[in-house]
Design a protein around this ligand. Structure first.
Ligand code: CA
Length: 217
């Protein structure tokens, strides 16, 4: 698996390359925003790790450019506590984020998780629940469910990784309009409606202070 690392700080980039290679990844490294897009085109990486603070530009602009030409999985690396960057990154189509400083072990685990999530699409089958993004169809225990578009999107995100507590802000970012900043109410209303339609309220668990997760089935 080939990873393109876009990172300008040599103190980070060097050890990162070595560490990822130890974990079995092939690494291409570039240091400037302007090099990122050509590198995606040239190397066709399986995943991009994108630092947001680059010397010649904003990593979020780079992400936007990448998304115009490619749906390669992107993990953004942000500074601690930079919540806005994370949310905007998810809105722009990043697959995950890591907060600096992060360990190579953590990053390698995230990279593999993103790969697994991507491979599971278009259909994600959690035993009882099958979410098919291509057909935009959901079945529970073989029975088709009639969901609204937002309910479907919400369930599809939760179903990517059963058992993972998905933060509220991630659900907002991925299901609703990127620029829309709502109260928590809309999300909770949709979850309540989904639970009703699923007929089993225990399938979507509330994770207090975090968000929601789909029960492992
Ligand atoms: Ca940087």
């Amino acid at each position: 698996m080939q990873v393109l690392v876009v990172e300008d700080d040599p103190a980070v980039a060097g050890p990162l390359r070595e560490g990822l290679e130890r974990h079995g990844f092939t690494v291409e490294l570039v240091s400037y925003a302007t090099q990122a897009l050509p590198a995606v085109q040239e190397f066709g990486p399986d995943l991009v790790l994108l630092d947001l603070g680059l010397p010649d530009g904003d990593g979020l602009d780079v992400l936007r450019e990448i998304r115009r030409i490619s749906d390669v999985p992107v993990i953004i690396a942000t500074a601690r506590g930079d919540e806005t960057d994370r949310i905007i990154g998810l809105e722009l189509g990043s697959d995950d984020y890591v907060v600096k400083p992060f360990s190579v072990r953590e990053l390698a685990a995230r990279i593999r998780a993103v790969g697994r999530r991507r491979r599971r699409e278009p259909a994600s089958d959690n035993g009882r629940l099958v979410v098919d993004r291509t057909k935009h169809a959901v079945t529970l225990d073989g029975e088709a469910l009639d969901l609204t578009a937002k309910e479907f999107d919400l369930l599809a995100v939760l179903a990517e990784e059963p058992g993972r507590a998905v933060p509220r802000q991630e659900l907002f970012a991925r299901v609703w309009d990127p620029v829309w900043v709502g109260t928590g109410k809309t999300l909770d209303v949709h979850v309540a409606s989904l639970r009703r339609k699923l007929g089993d309220p225990t399938l979507i668990e509330t994770v207090r202070g975090v968000g929601y997760r789909l029960a492992s089935m």
